[in-house]
Design a protein around this ligand. Structure first.
Ligand code: NAI
Ligand code: MG
Length: 332
């Protein structure tokens, strides 16, 4: 097991060390390779990510990633887009599952869904033209890209409740006609029950009827927006993990960003980062260890050892250490 550890910027530097505390508590035979990427590196060196960094990332099995700050400077090329494309991590998986003892904004916990977001094309194609009075971004939807994300979502649905929701805007965007058709064909070939919803209607339904959904598949930008919104269902951005999966590599990161408003204060919630590390354990098929981490998180949350976003007083480090201690107890 060889893991690249990228803390990144802002609260990435706080939540990733907490996730590493918990990982270390499992005492697994693994090699951690620290890699510096992001805005801080760009300010210091003029590069946010270099070819050597990419090589190092490719030499590792997977990446545990905090968050990076993206400045508005058009000369800055997104590190995340570069990594996702270079390592061809096409599937972005964001589980929206209540954590025992914590309630989201809707006050309900009767849902358990996963958003599967296409990660390499759509509005984030990177094909853009910026002129003084007009700017264009090309939305790219391919049959190949749609088929492989639909295939991933169908396989996931088969391991869960066999229900697929295809989210699109095909009434307006011709490109989504292709996405919808390919998703339907793929779901039929997998014998997975499917339904489709327009993205604006989905935004409403996700908040009002989250229990209707099992696996949601959608394009890049829609998945990005819906998954941040869905974070409110479970209690905030500090709680939602994600995985970016490709054929050869995988990349695990909290859904939240570098949170400059709270960075450096030691109050960021590390749960999203710890749950992302748990998704990494599942990717390695270390199911028992992943369950230990989940149990330790719930135990700690139930003891109200939580950060201020959840109404507690604990620091990032204290939450990480409490979960790591509980992991050590559980594996005894
Ligand atoms: P953000 O997710 O960093 O913060 C949004 C709000 O949620 C803030 O009020 C923040 O304090 C709060 N928050 C986020 N994570 C939290 C945590 N773990 N515990 C407690 N509160 C938390 O999004 P924002 O402010 O839009 O972006 C800030 C920077 O992060 C930008 O430069 C953006 O480009 C970048 N970003 C990076 C991502 C990544 O590296 N994957 C993802 C999203 C944004
Ligand atoms: Mg986002």
């Amino acid at each position: 097991m060889k893991i690249a550890v990228v803390e990144g910027d802002g609260i990435g530097k706080e939540v990733i060390p907490a996730a590493i505390d918990v990982l270390d508590a499992l005492a697994l035979p693994l090699e951690k390779v620290p890699v510096e990427l992001g805005y801080g590196k760009w300010e210091r060196t003029g590069y946010a990510i270099t070819d050597d960094d990419l090589e190092t990332l490719k030499e590792c099995d997977c990446i545990l990633f905090g968050a990076i700050t993206t400045p508005s400077d058009p000369a800055y090329k997104s590190v995340l887009l570069t990594i996702r494309k270079e390592l061809d991590m096409y599937a972005n998986i964001r589980p929206i599952k209540p954590i025992h003892g914590i309630m989201g904004v809707t006050g309900r916990n009767d849902f358990n869904l996963v958003i599967v977001r296409e990660n390499t094309e759509g509005m984030y194609s990177g094909i853009e033209e910026i002129h003084e009075d007009v700017a264009y971004t090309k939305r790219v939807i391919t049959r190949k890209g749609s088929a492989r994300i639909a295939d991933y979502a169908c396989k996931l649905a088969k391991s869960r409740q066999h229900r697929l929701e295809i989210v699109h805007k095909s009434n307006v965007l011709k490109s989504d006609r292709l996405f919808l058709d390919v998703c339907r064909e793929t779901a039929s070939s997998h014998h997975v029950e499917y339904h489709d919803t327009l993205v604006d209607s989905m935004a409403y339904n996700l908040i009002v009827h989250p229990n209707r959904y099992d696996v949601i598949v959608t394009t890049n930008l829609f998945g990005d927006i819906l998954s941040d919104m869905a974070a409110a269902l479970v209690g905030g951005l500090g709680l939602v993990p994600s995985a970016n999966i490709g054929k050869e590599h995988a990349f695990f990161e909290p859904v939240h960003g570098s949170a400059p408003d709270i960075a450096g204060k030691g109050i960021a919630n590390p749960i999203a980062a710890i749950l992302s590390m748990k998704m990494m354990l599942e990717w390695y098929e270390l199911t028992e260890q992943a369950k230990v981490v989940q149990d330790a998180i719930e135990y700690t949350m139930n003891k109200k050892m939580v950060t201020s976003d959840l109404g507690g007083k604990a620091t990032t480090k204290e939450v990480g250490e409490a979960i790591a201690d509980r992991v050590r107890q559980l594996i005894g």
